[in-house]
Design a protein around this ligand. Structure first.
Ligand code: UDP
Length: 229
């Protein structure tokens, strides 16, 4: 299970979708799938709309969250386009039924797609407001019985403080779920981390923007930080 935040699709832009940024990591995902690995993706929407952001101020939270979920569907279609251009078979499965553009998410069907070597792109998060796509990634990882959640970020692991702001920030090779929660390290939100913790689903945090990293992490090479029990 690979969790891609919306910002990964924006490249060097602050907002929106940049196809050239997507094709960079899509190539690595396609290669992993072609090598026989079963790959499911959960795509975020923060590059377009977030329910809790300033731009949603004054809106009813649930309505804003539904807008956020719709944003993830746009992102999922962009990633599907990039993967299919690379000859990779994909299915977008949406937690909010939208028949003209995506299949509805049905667990057994998703598993079948994975078995057939198709990359399953899970869109619309959990389908419920007040959740995030991190939680959707944890939930789908459990349902689809994936080996791990691979959380693609801008930094190369989990640090004791923000490495973008502090030069003396120290990276963890591994850390427990509880420590990330207690220290509020923001690996994933607390709902997602708790769900992973309760079901012993390891989370690997790594830098998406370093070339070859997706291949390294799916081959089991030790990169980034592993969050475990
Ligand atoms: N969202 C939601 N329920 C979900 C998943 C997402 O309501 O199960 C909404 C929520 O408003 C969130 C937005 O969709 O802010 C975009 O998702 P997220 O913030 O997780 O995207 P990312 O940060 O990964 O780009």
């Amino acid at each position: 299970m690979i969790k891609l935040s919306g910002e990964a699709l924006a490249g060097d832009q602050q907002f929106g979708i940049k196809p050239s940024a997507i094709s960079q990591f899509a190539g690595e995902i396609a290669a992993a799938a072609k090598a026989g690995l079963q790959v499911a993706l959960v795509i975020g929407g923060g590059n377009i709309f977030r329910g809790m952001s300033d731009s949603a101020k004054g809106m009813d939270r649930a309505s804003a969250d539904y807008m956020g979920m719709l944003a993830t569907i746009m992102n999922a279609l962009a990633v599907q386009d990039a993967l299919e251009k690379m000859g990779c078979d994909t299915r977008v499965m949406s937690a909010i039924p939208m028949q003209a553009v995506a299949e509805p998410y049905i667990r057994r069907r998703a598993i079948r797609h994975l078995e057939k070597g198709r990359v399953v792109i899970c869109a619309a998060g959990t389908g419920n407001p007040y959740f995030t796509t991190d939680t959707a990634a944890a939930l789908r990882a459990m349902e689809l019985k994936t080996e791990a959640i691979i959380k693609a970020t801008k930094v190369d692991g989990v640090y004791d403080k923000d490495p973008m702001k502090y030069d003396d920030a120290v990276k963890y090779e591994s850390i427990t779920y509880l420590e990330t929660l207690e220290k509020r390290l923001g690996v994933m939100d607390s709902t997602a981390t708790s769900l992973a913790m309760d079901n012993d689903m390891p989370i690997i945090v790594f830098n998406l923007f370093e070339e070859g990293n997706i291949g390294r992490v799916v081959r089991g090479e030790k990169i980034g930080t592993i969050v475990h029990g």
